[in-house]
Design a protein around this ligand. Structure first.
Ligand SMILES: NC(=O)C1=CN([C@@H]2O[C@H](COP(=O)(O)OP(=O)(O)OC[C@H]3O[C@@H](n4cnc5c(N)ncnc54)[C@H](OP(=O)(O)O)[C@@H]3O)[C@@H](O)[C@H]2O)[C@@H](O)CC1
Ligand SMILES: [K+]
Length: 474
């Protein structure tokens, strides 16, 4: 499991760890990890040019000590001070190692190979001052190809929320972080500014509490996956029902079935428009009609029948996935007739979540973590906000973020496949929170597998799911 913590959690753990260490030891660990990451990126130090952008806190200290190490290895290191009070010991170390120090935002005669963003870390306020923006633009102009390495977090992003409320922030190629991931490394839009995130172990783990946000890794997904035993039969493995698609959107029904019929449960039933049923049977001869199910997927491409489909699924005493048009017919909290709670997964994209919360889409996109959490609480259901890093929020406040995806997955019908897949995982016995996060992981991994770095369509994503599951289990 990849764990991400808040600033306060990191500071408390750091204090506990520091109590048994000499002063400055943690910064040395951080700086050494940072310097080695830079060495790997530059494939050595000798003759390479590195510029440090240095703010007034310990983030700048990390950059200065790493710069000293790089200078001792033969790199030409320049520190640009963006503060009146830089980390003194770090500055002395850099100077002693032969690094140069200057102030101001003037452009250098020659661009460096790599810029280290040591402007602010977890102690930073969102946004960047104008002089800082000017210094960034002078040393790593957009499109220049200068590699930008952020120390701990890209300066200017909001560390605990993943928001980027002020547009001014660093856009890094690589972020080197310490002790644990921070929320901003997982949650968009900040996560998009991090580039590749590398974690340096500084010994913090024993002191960290339960994470604020986590991300399943392949081993976690493999451990959670429902799998048959020699005693299994098709009914004991679970039966998922799909009420999706319509005369207007038959493809959505087919794709939801394709996601459900990826072999993770014993049987798939389709209930809906007779013309869609014919096409479902042609494409998936193993799919059957009306009968008992252990979970429903409802709504994808459901058009004006989605409300009726949702009511029918809610009347059955099984968990359900509510997707697309069916989301419009939900009341908060999600309940059966008679007021009984229902285990449910809602799978909105940003626009649909905005409608569920009665806010603007832009507000959801800017604050994905809080929006998903708010909806999960209000609807008393697991909410999966679809995006490049989908957010899965539990009504009790827990959050998982999915990191297995590829940008190529932003394609028509992919959401229908996901809804069917999560329904299958619910029918296979997973709790809604696990079904949603395992489903998102498999879906992203299947897209990545099918894409191989190129275009992919939703049918290929569904077709790749068994292959991804096989890889996980063998
Ligand atoms: N905790 C750990 O386990 C470890 C922590 N370590 C490292 O310490 C970092 C945290 O250091 P930190 O606490 O000194 O805060 P930091 O992020 O440098 O920022 C504060 C400074 O920035 C300034 N400032 C604020 N906002 C600003 C803005 N928008 N634009 C410009 N300036 C702004 C603010 O000054 P102010 O403006 O408030 O006067 C103050 O000077 C952490 O991220 C990691 O890198 C590792 O060494 C070892 C393990
Ligand atoms: K930084």
């Amino acid at each position: 499991m990849r764990a991400a913590h808040t600033e306060a959690q990191v500071r408390a753990a750091e204090e506990a760890l520091m109590a048994g260490l000499p002063p400055g030891a943690l910064m040395q660990r951080a700086a050494s990890g940072l310097a080695h990451a830079v060495l790997a990126l530059l494939d050595g130090a000798y003759g390479r040019r590195v510029t440090l952008l240095v703010g007034g806190g310990d983030n700048g200290g990390d950059a200065l000590f790493a710069g000293a190490l790089l200078a001792r290895r033969g790199a030409a290191v320049d520190a640009v001070l963006l503060t009146e009070s830089p980390h003194e010991a770090g500055l002395a170390a850099l100077r002693a190692a032969g690094g140069r120090v200057r102030r101001g935002t003037a452009a250098p005669r020659e661009l460096p190979d790599l810029v280290v963003d040591g402007i602010v870390g977890i102690g930073g306020r969102p946004g960047l001052r104008d002089d800082t923006v000017a210094a960034l633009e002078a040393h790593a102009p957009a499109g220049s190809g200068v590699t930008v390495v952020a120390v701990d977090v890209p300066s200017g992003v909001e560390v605990d929320t993943g928001r980027t409320p002020e547009d001014a922030h660093v856009r890094a190629d690589v972020t080197v972080t310490f002790g644990t991931h921070k929320v901003a490394h997982l949650v968009d839009p900040a996560a998009r500014a991090c580039g590749v995130v590398q974690l340096v172990d500084i010994g913090l783990a024993p002191h960290l509490p339960a994470p604020a946000v986590e991300a399943l890794q392949a081993a976690d997904v493999a451990a959670l996956l429902p799998r048959p035993t020699p005693a299994s039969h098709k009914y004991s493995r679970g039966v998922v029902g799909v009420r999706a698609g319509s005369g207007r959107y038959p493809g959505a029904g087919l794709l939801a079935v394709a996601g459900a019929a990826s072999g993770l449960v014993g049987m798939v039933r389709y209930v809906g428009d007779p013309t869609v049923l014919d096409r479902v049977r042609e494409a998936h001869p193993e799919v059957v009609g009306v009968g008992r199910v252990q979970a429903w997927t409802v709504g994808s491409g459901g058009d004006n029948r989605a409300g009726a489909a949702l009511r029918a699924a809610l009347a059955d005493e099984v968990p359900l996935v509510v997707d697309a048009e069916a989301l419009r017919h939900l009341d908060a909290p999600v309940r059966r007739e008679g007021g009984e709670p229902v285990p449910a997964v809602l799978t909105p994209h940003a626009g649909e979540l905005a409608a569920l919360l009665d806010v603007e889409r832009a507000e959801v996109e800017a604050d994905q973590l809080a929006s998903a959490r708010r909806a999960a609480e209000r609807y008393d259901a697991v909410v999966l906000l679809k995006g490049s890093h989908s957010v899965v929020a539990h009504p009790d406040g827990r959050v998982r973020v999915n990191t297995s995806s590829t940008p190529w997955l932003a394609t028509a019908g992919a959401g229908d496949v996901l809804a069917g897949l999560i329904g299958a995982l619910l029918a296979g016995g997973l709790a809604p929170y696990d079904a949603a996060s395992v489903g998102a992981w498999l879906h992203g991994a299947a897209a990545t597998y099918a894409s191989q770095g190129g275009p992919v369509v939703a049918t290929q994503v569904a077709a790749a799911i068994p292959e991804v599951v096989r890889d996980l289990l063998t």
